[in-house]
Ligand binder design. Structure first.
Ligand code: BTX
Length: 248
């Protein structure tokens, strides 16, 4: 079923009770030339993360993919992922959750002092374009909202578990407003990201396409890459999986 969600936001909303993946639907819309559409679902039956990893998306979550057509270079596209993480963190904090960002794309809740965390949100950004210009970009944001922990993987948490249920309509409205403000002010994204980052100051293990490195996470570049101080010098990583080992 496809109905208007009835929100006053700078995006048109396509809502589904159940869908395979909001990102896949958003890609279809993008390919057909749509822009500024947010595809929302109560449940996804085939949600996925990066590298084709499955993403659990039972009923009660906030599963949303946003079709954007910015005139930016592809190198700046990772900023859209960071913007999604910043926007989600802000709104989760408004809902009473102790949300922080783990580089590059997870919103997490810290557990203890050692850099451990449980995952509240994941973001999968897909993009198509030429070498000098993005055609479309789709940040797909998954928030474990009104879901019991036992319906999620063991490393996950939900807003229900951390702070009690939220009004999902209101959450999505605030999320889309916050995301829209950030995408029109790209320079503000990395400073805001740093403010909420759990990764900086951690010893990290990063798996990248070029292999694994271990070192101290010391900085994030203006395009959102992580700078890691290793025994062999500084490495700048633009994409990869990051594990926190301990505070530096
Ligand atoms: P990722 O590749 O960083 O993380 C995927 C991993 O996260 C999985 O291998 C699993 O260990 C863990 N995981 C799976 N489901 C959950 C969950 N609900 N909560 C916490 N951890 C989980 C992260 O990918 C990007 C996920 C994006 C999901 C959104 S939802 C809307 C849109 N549609 C879609 O199909 N994907 C995006």
């Amino acid at each position: 079923s496809t109905v208007e969600y009835g929100l006053e936001v700078p995006f048109s909303i396509e809502y589904h009770d159940s869908i395979g993946s909001t990102n896949e639907r958003a890609r279809e819309l993008a390919t057909d030339g749509a822009t500024d559409v947010a595809v929302l679902a109560d449940e996804q039956t085939g949600g996925h993360g990066r590298l084709e990893r499955p993403w659990s998306a039972p009923s009660g979550g906030i599963w949303v993919s946003i079709v954007c057509r910015p005139s930016i270079a592809p190198a700046r596209a990772p900023l859209y992922t960071l913007a999604g993480a910043v926007a989600t963190t802000r709104v989760a904090r408004e809902a009473g959750v102790d949300a922080h960002i783990k580089w590059p794309n997870d919103v997490v809740v810290p557990v203890g002092e050692a850099g451990d965390y449980r995952k509240l949100t994941g973001i999968l950004t897909e993009m198509e374009g030429e070498t000098d210009r993005v055609d479309w970009i789709i940040p797909g944001i998954g928030v474990n909202a009104n879901i019991d922990a036992d319906a999620l993987p063991p490393e996950a948490t939900s807003i229900r578990e951390e702070a009690g249920d939220v009004d999902r309509r209101r959450f999505v409205q605030r999320l889309l407003e916050a995301f829209d403000a950030l995408r029109t002010d790209l320079e503000a994204i990395v400073p805001a990201w740093r403010e909420h980052a759990l990764t900086l100051g951690q010893r990290v293990r990063v798996e990248r396409p070029a292999g694994e490195i271990v070192g101290d996470a010391v900085e994030v570049t203006p395009t959102g890459a992580l700078v890691v101080e290793t025994e062999d010098g500084r490495e700048t990583v633009s994409a990869g999986d990051c594990e926190h080992l301990r505070p530096v």
